[in-house]
Design a protein around this ligand. Sequence first.
Ligand code: DAH
Length: 333
Amino acid sequence: MSTLLSNLELQLTTLQSEAQSAIAAAATLDALEQLRVSYLGKKGELSQILKGMGKLEPGDRPHIGAIANDVKELVQTALEQKKVDLQSAQIHAKLESETLDVTMPGIYMPQGRIHPLNAMMDRALDIFVGLGYTVADGPEMETDYYNFEALNTPPDHPARDMQDTFYLPDGNLLRTHTSSVQIRYMEENDPPIRIIAPGRCYRRDTEDATHAAVFHQIEILAIDEGLTFTDLKGTIEIFLEEMFGSVPIRFRASYFPFTEPSAEVDVQWNGRWLEVLGCGMVDPNVLKIAGYDPEVYTGFAAGFGVERFAMVLHQIDDIRRLYTSDLRFLNQF
Ligand code: DAH
């Protein structure tokens, strides 16, 4: 046997055993692929060895060829087997990592709540929507016209003193009540109308237990042919009964520039009379300014403070509690 021949044989068997142990040790599919290329690839070790075949005696070639084929097949089989093993290990690991452990403790999600002021407004809206009213709104920055003049309150009117106003440098103001929405809505819509308008209002009040510079009101307005004070009373009575239950209420004559006659309504609450809202028949001047014919249409209006309602209903002693975001307070609702 020529030295070349035995040399080639030795190289092939060495390649086989080296390849088999390297394949067995491969930890990833990538590493396995690299091994395939380096042993069996075009420029791999097997090809390099077989280049030496050209120098063999022609009679020796089939012998080496057969060995080379065996080696190639063995390495290939080892590669395939290892590939299957690695793939199944990979799937296994994935499944393992995605298992849901139902015995793990849950993650605590604090439960959100509706703020008492929003809850209050939602309740009032629900009641009036149930009576056929539509929700309306208007801007918080208002003109003097919508906030006062069109509501029958000209510049020198003493009633302006009832509402200390934030005036803006451009002559506009922050609305002092939601009554401004009455005019805006009437300008845009023909009678009959029934609206409820909740929103934020502003007054230059010094803050204390019952006053806030920013607060919320809800405005009610109904205009139709033949509406009377009885309709106003009935509507307010139904509303207050839904809100407070069947507690005694009383209407007290009062004054507002935009209603005539006007009234304030008190409810008996914890043994005393508490004023909860202002109301009245829409003044004919207001109807005229808004473009409605007061000979044909009449209407009633009412407005109340949302904070006031919430304080009475939930026995809240200080209006500022509604704004300080103290969870010990808010969690009670
Ligand atoms: N706008 C009044 C205020 O802020 C409340 C009010 C009274 C509204 C009588 C009305 C009403 O619609 O008719 O004090």
